[in-house]
Design a protein around this ligand. Structure first.
Ligand code: NSS
Length: 428
């Protein structure tokens, strides 16, 4: 048994057997052209009534779009075939006939495409994006593993907010109100006292009604936490991770990028990433006519203006305390701002990483919890971590779909998720 991509590499005259699905079909009377799709690509199969038995020709004539089929044939190099290669069929058998017209067709609306995401997944372009996504996850593992990080799996059902109560999804847990996790950060913080450097790749959930091109209600979150790391170590690790994955995904995904007609701009991650403080970002915004008072939130529009000034990912650092979650450590030289940093991707893609140094002092953390109107008892175990051998530490979170949107130039993060979840989409 061979697959489609091997056929493209094999020589003329070699006999092959393929299993796949009918992607497209053209009929010229006694000659049928079937574009056969499998997990590795699409190849033209020529079914000539004069060359196959009548049963095979009958089967091929009846096979409708997306029927699953088994094909035997001989490889022929033919400049008229897409990719210059076709399979001249000697035997054709349908395994599972399509019972209805396939709803994924040229020109249908994106609503139809996403109502039928379970079928749209089969399109070669979507397949390419999913392979690239898989390569990205692989590259993340390579990066962390090569640096001594240990992968840790954390719970999805949790009892308290990490990133503010406004975006929590509630779950009825045997009559008790619990939530879907927004981030595994607190569990990672618990793990560094034994494993020191940990990472996780898990879904996070945000009940954000915002209908933007970069918000999902369920997204995949790459997170890492490092004992003894300070602000410099943190930014260095983020920068090295982002550079590594962009270059590695490009290396691993040549074929898929050809399918998509995309080029990953690896030059964007060459050299150090620029850094600006929140205060400097406000100056940029003012130069662009935005009434940017100290304390304003940096939303999508502001991010677009700021990242538009740079051709590389840019770190936005030292956010005011009141814009960040309670656990962020204040900058010792200006306690109104925090040792926090977001990484904004170029070309208006906005934030792909959120990060910070954590408060490691028990009393300081407790008073920040109270200051934010939260209940210390909800965070008893998180506070405990500062009681028994606390150490300076820092960590970050990076959204998988946001990174893919940036490097593949996708118009919307939902294209980077196999089964995207948005405020208006919960199925398939
Ligand atoms: O809210 S974050 O900025 N930070 C955290 O959750 C920290 N607790 C992570 C940590 O330090 N361990 O989210 C981190 C990233 C953010 O930069 C985005 O890339 C992504 O997670 N993110 C999202 N992607 C898609 N959709 C939504 N709604 C979303 N929210 C965050």
């Amino acid at each position: 048994m061979r697959n489609v991509s091997e056929v493209f590499d094999a020589g003329e005259g070699v006999e092959v057997e393929l299993r796949g699905w009918v992607w497209r079909k053209r009929s010229h009377g006694r000659l049928l052209f079937i574009d056969l799709r499998d997990s590795t690509g699409v190849i033209q199969v020529a079914v000539n009534a004069g060359r196959v038995g009548p049963e095979s020709f009958e089967e091929a004539s009846k096979a409708s779009r997306e029927s699953s089929v088994l094909v035997r044939g001989i490889i022929a190099h033919d400049p008229r075939a897409p990719g210059g290669v076709e399979v001249r069929c000697t035997y054709f058998k349908t395994i599972g006939q399509s019972l209805d017209d396939f709803p994924i067709r040229k020109g249908v609306t994106s609503r139809v495409l996403y109502d039928n995401r379970h079928l749209y997944l089969r399109s070669p372009r979507v397949t390419a994006v999913m392979r690239i996504r898989s390569n990205l996850i692989w590259a993340v593992h390579e990066f962390f593993r090569s640096r001594g990080f240990v992968e840790i799996d954390c719970p999805t059902l949790v009892t308290a907010a990490v990133e503010g109560g406004a975006t929590l999804f509630e779950v009825n847990y045997f009559g008790k109100k619990v939530y879907l996790t927004q981030s595994v950060q607190f569990y990672q913080e618990a793990a560094i006292y034994s494993l020191e450097r940990v990472y996780s790749i898990q879904p996070s959930f945000r009940a954000e009604k915002s209908r933007t091109t970069r918000h999902l209600t369920e997204f995949w979150h790459v997170e890492a936490e490092m004992a003894y790391a300070g602000f410099e170590d943190l930014l260095k690790t983020i920068e090295e991770l982002v550079r590594y994955i962009v270059i590695r995904v490009d290396e691993l995904s040549k074929k898929e990028l050809r399918t998509l007609g995309r080029r990953i701009r690896t030059e964007e991650v060459e050299g150090p990433f620029p850094r600006i403080t929140y205060a400097e970002a406000l100056d940029i915004l003012r130069r662009h006519g935005v009434d940017a008072e100290w304390g304003i939130d940096i939303g999508a529009d502001e991010e677009k203006i700021i990242s538009g000034e740079f051709e590389k990912p840019v770190f936005l650092t030292h956010f005011p305390k009141k814009l960040k979650a309670f656990y962020h450590k204040p900058d010792p030289s200006n306690r109104e701002v925090t040792l926090s940093a977001d990484l904004l991707a170029p070309r208006g893609n906005g934030e792909i990483v959120g990060s910070g140094v954590r408060i490691d002092d028990y009393e300081e953390l407790r008073s920040r919890i109270l200051e934010e109107g939260l209940r210390p008892e909800d965070y008893y175990w998180y506070l405990d971590l500062r009681k028994y051998g606390s150490v300076p530490h820092a960590g970050f979170g990076m959204g998988v779909e946001r990174v893919l949107k940036w490097i593949l130039d996708l118009p919307h993060v939902r294209m980077a998720a196999p089964f995207p979840r948005t405020p208006t989409r919960i199925q398939p």
